[in-house]
Design a protein around this ligand. Sequence first.
Ligand SMILES: C=CC1=C(C)c2cc3[nH]c(cc4nc(cc5[nH]c(cc1n2)c(C)c5CCC(=O)O)C(CCC(=O)O)=C4C)c(C)c3C=C
Ligand SMILES: [Fe+2]
Ligand SMILES: [Fe+2]
Length: 334
Amino acid sequence: MSTPAPKTALLLLNLGSPDELSPAALRRYLREFLSDRRVIEAPRLVWWFVLNGVILPFRPRKLMHAYGNIWTEQGSPIRTISLQQQHALQSELNRRLGDGQVQVELAMTYGNPSITAAFERLEQAGVERVLVLPLFPQYSATTTAACFDAIARALAGRRNIPELRFIRQYHEQPAYIEALANSVREHWQQQGRQGHLMFSFHGLPLSYVEKGDPYPRQCEATVEAVVRQLGLSEQEWTLCYQSRVGIAPWLQPYTDETLIEWAKEGRSGVDVICPGFSADCLETLEEVAITNKELFEEAGGSDYQYIPALNASSAHIQLLADTAVKQLGGWLDP
Ligand SMILES: C=CC1=C(C)c2cc3[nH]c(cc4nc(cc5[nH]c(cc1n2)c(C)c5CCC(=O)O)C(CCC(=O)O)=C4C)c(C)c3C=C
Ligand SMILES: [Fe+2]
Ligand SMILES: [Fe+2]
């Protein structure tokens, strides 16, 4: 009889969200998130004054209203949806590989459930091999590499660390492209098709890209593949970047400014999809689906629709399972 393979886990990572809807919880979350050097590259001393003197005293109160618009009884949507993804993926991997072959865990880079707590649970379960899947399809140092650093920090000082594999990106994976294209087609069937399809991605400071972050090239590759599948002409789609913070230039064109410009030009009818967000969150549900719609309509536009993220849809779970299984090669019982 051969010895069974060491126990294996799949660790899903997303960005994180405040624990509760209160200024104190928001401040705690923002402090952790915006203290990460992967996210903010400004000189430390300057940033310390900006964070403690400008951002933390004022932004939590402003964000209370934004989060209040999307908060549910279960809490923040990104956390609820990520938990649904974890459970659905656990069932799918049990079905594909057999019960108990791979334990699926969830953690957030910032806040809870924390990466440290996830590794503690895995250690208690006797897991010796961990495949890490950051739920960011397009690689960026600000997100994917921040996950890597957070894992290293969580394991620092441990005597026994597990064997690790790390998935860097899946922006061009055929199943991802197909899931996005199908979600657009389904939306068109159910809600009607608007004249233009906008792809809106979270932005990045331009200086990060100039220093070598490949993120925008990967966003472009995703969009090119999806529009090819949908058979769209150049005039039927636009790629934009949203959610900029601060006064430095970020990736352009900006989503909000583009929408206002279109509305002023008398162009109406736009479907917006956000392929970089694997779960709906503040930036999609509040910024894109509510605030940007209001901006568009106030500037004279009409017929604006948001296409939900892939979330815990069957197509999404299948593609995440495919991605994981491919990377688990050699780790499982034959
Ligand atoms: C200021 C720097 C920021 C960079 C760089 C950045 C990159 C980046 N972020 C995401 C995904 C998400 N960001 C979210 C919220 C959010 N992002 C920033 C700042 C930067 N993000 C802030 C300050 C916040 C908090 C809200 C706000 O103050 O506006 C979220 C949503 C979390 C939630 O609770 O729902 C996600 C998801 C990506 C993918 C990305 C780079 C590619
Ligand atoms: Fe962000
Ligand atoms: Fe935002």
